[in-house]
Design a binder for this molecule. Sequence first.
Ligand code: HEM
Ligand SMILES: *[C@@H]1O[C@H](CO)[C@@H](O)[C@H](O)[C@H]1NC(C)=O
Ligand SMILES: CC(=O)N[C@H]1CO[C@H](CO)[C@@H](O)[C@@H]1O
Length: 319
Amino acid sequence: MVSFKQIAALLLLSFEVLINVASYGVLALTVDYYTMHCPFAEMTVRMTVNQAMQIDPTLAAGLLRLHFHDCFVEGCDGSVLIESTEDNTAEKDSPANQSLRGFEVIDQAKRLTEMQCPGVVSCADIVAMAARDAVVWAGGPYYNVQKGRKDGLRSRIEDTVELPSPTLNSTSLVSVFGQHGFTVQDLVALSGAHTLGVARCASFKDRLISNSDPGMNPNFARMVSRRCSDGDDDTTMSFDWTKNYFDNSYFRALQRGFGLLASDQTLFMDAQTRGLVDVYAMNQARFFIDFQQAMLKMGNIDVKDAHQGNVRLNCRKLN
Ligand code: HEM
Ligand SMILES: *[C@@H]1O[C@H](CO)[C@@H](O)[C@H](O)[C@H]1NC(C)=O
Ligand SMILES: CC(=O)N[C@H]1CO[C@H](CO)[C@@H](O)[C@@H]1O
């Protein structure tokens, strides 16, 4: 159950985010954006996500990651969903996007909302709602998703340089996230998203070769080398022991040197971020609250208004 204190904190938070956004003169998203023109949008997305999770629980990770990749490249504008065409190679075809999952869930939610209220609910908002619903389904915290994003008109492979590489150290992560207005606390809390899902050997096997990773537990290094030895880049390992469950065991894994990506383990190696890893490892409620707050912030990155975008009819194609 959500306590009164948590609700009060969230309300206060939404309010703060609104004020911040408004004071920059940027589009202000609102929680009740669809109440008038598509009252069942939120419920429809939730039902679609829940149905998909019942068939494939691992999709929760996919949906959460989609929202991150959408927001970090060109803002939260649905650009991650666009397919390449003859004269445009889209974000999706970047190597950084390999293994993105959950597109069919977004398509299905879009089909259903289009039937109820044509041309009203943006793909970017569906991605944001689906990420939250996935987190909740997996046992994570509920937060109110602000809505009103329009879908962007651009999706280019070269823009994906914005995405952080899994080889970055803590210092570089702090600076990359800082460029998007995130604090060190936001960075560590958002990295906690890796409580869900898996990574492919391609993303972390270099840690064994370079051997420059003192933070890696030797037993874990042996596990990784066994799993990734046959040169199969697409073999996967989960970030923590409970890959379909949203909890704080990711942080406890870091404490033991079981961080999967270099960019995970570095959070425990650097004094700047280690304290927060310890706090979240000990106090899941605190992790949840900071995660909610950071997700609200992430959902506001460079959102597009009606002059900068539109509502796509098919999430995979520009109108
Ligand atoms: C801190 C910087 C981050 C880096 C360097 C990073 C990098 C990665 C990499 C390399 C993978 C595995 C891809 C693969 O091998 O197929 C991954 C997976 C994932 N990332 Fe991140 N990520 C970061 C932050 C985030 C954030 C902020 C979120 C969401 C809020 C997120 C959500 C996820 C999820 C849920 C998965 C698992 C996907 C699945 O199982 O399909 N990541 N990330
Ligand atoms: C982190 O990485 C950057 C860029 O590669 C490097 O310049 C810096 O020295 C590294 N910092 C630490 C503490 O290792
Ligand atoms: C989901 C998706 O579209 N993934 C693409 C990411 O990019 C690679 C090429 O680097 C494509 O092969 C994938 O289909």
